[in-house]
Design a protein around this ligand. Structure first.
Ligand code: NAP
Length: 303
């Protein structure tokens, strides 16, 4: 495939979109265009072309995407369906590679993929697969990275940053793959630079594999003055509760976290990636010493 040069990014102002946008710009390999909602208050550097779009309008999106080789979607979790017109417009505009807003657990694993919180992402797989089958010039890549390492640490999703009681999901010893926002940005750059090798498939990236108990031991080492107690939490029970909430129409964050924890920590859900594309993408693994630095920084900011 010809080199990808012109890249449009949707959601460039978001938690993950910002570091991906930075990585695309800093790589120096691409002409980057930002798509943003008409209603958005996000600010972007003057040097970057920004196009305001209505994500429901295929004609408007098609016009915005003229001349683009790739679209990177980093749209928010609650707006996954917004990407259907965006994919439609990408095909019409002759975009060659589409990266949906995937960036999650291994939802190719049937157990993880069946969790309701991921249904809207899984539906998009069918859309991009069908478009790719019908239009040989249109291709896609699905980047899977596990929970965001630095972001989840900073929100206290792995361990309680203030000390005290911290939940250990299914005992806290199940290994899982996890990746920092910056590494995901690097992965996006490298996927676009390796279009043939990453064509029409899931691409797995990780910084490292760890466990909650390993993180807690590091936290205790770097902050001996803080005391943690642990509470075992069953991800099966979390899923039951989340299923009931979703079934009653209450798709709140607590319910969604139940599904996220199930996909990351539960046995048989693929939380630890079996094969990763780090070598292909030239992304080295982080060491335990790197993890210690990350945990120390987060704890110092939080306490
Ligand atoms: N693996 C993990 O641990 C993890 C954690 C969090 C998120 N994620 C995934 O990462 C991806 C990005 O999530 P995020 O948390 O970074 O997103 P976010 O910050 O909530 O939002 C990203 C961007 O989406 C646009 N947006 C917001 N509401 C919208 C709407 N209603 N319709 C269309 N666009 C809208 C906004 O861009 P403009 O203002 O420029 O239009 C916003 O900056 C998602 O796929 C999410 O599921 C994964």
């Amino acid at each position: 495939m010809e080199a990808i040069r012109n890249v449009a990014i949707a959601g460039a102002s978001g938690a993950l979109g910002s570091p991906i946008f930075e990585a695309l710009l800093k790589s120096g390999h691409f002409n980057v265009t930002v798509l943003t909602r008409h209603s958005s208050e996000a600010k972007f550097p003057d040097s970057v072309k920004v196009i305001r779009v209505d994500y429901t309008s295929v004609p408007e999106l098609t016009e915005a995407l003229a001349g683009q080789h790739a679209v990177v979607s980093v749209l928010t979790t609650s707006a996954m369906e917004t990407q259907i017109p965006l994919i439609e417009a990408s095909v019409k505009a002759g975009v060659r590679r589409f990266l949906p807003s995937e960036f999650c657990a291994n939802i190719g694993n049937p157990k993880a993929g069946s969790l309701p919180v991921y249904h809207s992402k899984v539906q998009l797989h069918d859309v991009v697969r069908q478009k790719a089958a019908e239009n040989p010039n249109f291709t896609y890549s699905l980047i899977r990275n596990g929970p965001f390492l630095d972001w989840s640490l900073a929100f206290g999703f792995f361990i309680n940053l203030k000390g005290g009681e911290t939940p250990l999901y299914d005992g806290g010893d199940r290994p899982f793959s996890t990746t920092t926002l910056a590494t995901i940005g690097q992965a996006v750059v490298e996927v676009l630079r390796h279009p043939d090798e990453t064509k029409n498939r899931a691409v797995f990236v990780q910084d490292l594999v760890t466990t909650q108990n390993e993180m807690l031991a590091i936290a205790q080492k770097v902050k001996p003055e803080i005391t943690w107690t642990t509470k075992n939490v069953s991800t099966a029970e979390m899923e039951d509760m989340a299923q009931q909430k979703y079934a009653s129409g209450s798709m709140d964050l607590v319910a969604s976290v139940g599904f996220f924890c199930r996909s990351v920590y539960a046995e048989g859900y693929g939380g630890e990636f079996k094969e990763v594309d780090n070598d292909l993408l030239g992304i080295p693994l982080k060491s335990k010493a790197d993890l210690e630095v990350l945990i120390k920084d987060v704890l110092e900011n939080a306490n």
